[in-house]
Ligand binder design. Structure first.
Ligand SMILES: NC(=O)c1ccc[n+]([C@@H]2O[C@H](COP(=O)([O-])OP(=O)(O)OC[C@H]3O[C@@H](n4cnc5c(N)ncnc54)[C@H](OP(=O)(O)O)[C@@H]3O)[C@@H](O)[C@H]2O)c1
Length: 344
């Protein structure tokens, strides 16, 4: 895909998404002012490049693409409005203790997953970090290849900024790929500002919010921050498809990420046993879980099925070898009843 934008207010230059990937490598090598002289990416920033410049540049590219956030099924990623690429399918770790999370994260990375979802509230950031470190030590992944999401716990909202450091320490990382406000709270606008500061300080790469379901709520919580959320993580599954909101925030390049892709523990059979889903599963020789996950991705939702069962973890990642037809997507869309399983 080729995009054009005006640089330095004077000339037009064409960039591709591949240029952006090359630029990542270039910046990670920490170029000096001399390295940058005469380079086409100069943003008139006095030769001092930061990750923030890179993000600004990528955001401009997205603006030129009208902020559309199409999924790249070949690379299994989406380019976020922050300029970073996010894997579109990941592992959820809610209800897993440190030891369980370490093992499921390790299994997932071995199977090809590159996105891991945790939260301060889950109490397993240490286990998640250990699983990642074990996979790095075994040569399965590099740190750069893994995208780690965590969330500020509501009881930490008064000390949101310092809680970023606590998460970094527990995860054993020197940056977090995506940090979310876990849910609305009395001072969440301030929490959002703290996350913006985390981006400026290089501790966070992308930021977002979770459990905000309307454009009004989205705009309220982010009103004090200069960065738009890259991601909104919400309950979302075939019975609850918040498509209007997805469209509303697409104009900001914000991607929706589904939690409870299967309806959550205790409810999965409602979805797995649904006649439409079992029917489509039969047609593809896939399981209901795989049909549901494939639907999430084709509907434009990043998703993070939770599992501590190695067989399920592998099964849930084996969804890139088939495609749902338009008719099947339509049948899935018709499953929406507005039913949510949680109310936070
Ligand atoms: N932001 C928020 O407020 C929020 C809220 C809830 C969840 N989340 C995140 O979203 C993630 C996903 O939600 P969730 O884990 O609660 O619910 P979920 O993904 O909808 O369902 C998880 C349940 O499905 C089972 N399962 C997974 N794969 C399966 C398969 N292939 N076949 C049969 N059963 C399967 C799991 O059991 P096994 O372990 O036995 O596989 C577990 O009981 C969480 O882990 C968490 O990271 C975020």
């Amino acid at each position: 895909m080729t995009v054009t934008f005006e640089m330095n207010g004077s000339k037009d230059t064409e960039y591709t998404v591949q240029d952006v990937r090359n630029l990542n490598d270039f910046l990670l090598a920490k170029p000096t002012a001399e390295d940058l002289r005469g380079k086409p990416y100069d943003l008139d920033n006095d030769g001092v490049w930061s990750v923030f410049d890179l993000c600004l540049m990528k955001r401009r590219i997205l603006e030129q693409r009208n902020m559309t956030t199409e999924f790249d099924f070949e690379n299994k990623t989406v380019l976020l409005n922050s300029g970073y690429e996010m894997p579109i399918l990941g592992l959820g770790t809610w209800t897993q203790d440190d030891d369980t999370a370490e093992n499921s994260v390790y299994e997932a990375l071995k199977d090809g997953y590159r996105l891991i979802d945790t939260a301060q509230y889950y109490g397993n950031e240490t286990g998640v970090g250990n699983g990642i470190q074990r996979a790095i030590d075994d040569g399965i992944v590099t740190r750069e290849e893994v995208f780690v999401t965590t969330k500020v716990m509501p009881s930490n909202y008064d000390r949101a900024y310092s809680s970023i450091d606590d998460s970094l320490e527990r995860l054993g990382l020197d940056y977090i790929d995506l940090m979310l406000i876990h849910q609305s709270g009395s001072n969440d606008t301030e929490v959002y500002k703290a996350l913006c500061q985390g981006v400026r300080d290089g501790k966070l790469r992308s930021i977002g919010i979770s459990n905000y379901y309307t454009l009004d709520e989205y705009e309220r919580v982010t009103s004090g921050g200069e960065i738009k959320p890259a991601v909104v993580q919400n309950e979302n599954h075939p019975f609850y498809q918040n498509t209007e909101f997805q469209k509303d925030i697409a104009k900001y390049g914000t991607v929706v990420e589904s939690w409870y892709p299967f309806g959550g523990r205790g409810h999965t059979q409602d979805l797995f046993g649904n006649e439409t889903i079992t029917d489509i599963a039969k047609a593809h020789g896939k399981t209901s879980a795989q049909i549901i996950l494939r639907w999430h991705l084709q509907a434009g939702y990043v998703t993070i099925p939770g599992s501590q069962n190695p067989d399920h973890i592998l099964e849930n990642y084996s969804i890139f070898d088939f495609e749902l037809t338009d008719t099947e997507m339509q049948r899935m869309a018709e499953l929406h009843t507005g039913q949510r399983y949680e109310n936070w």
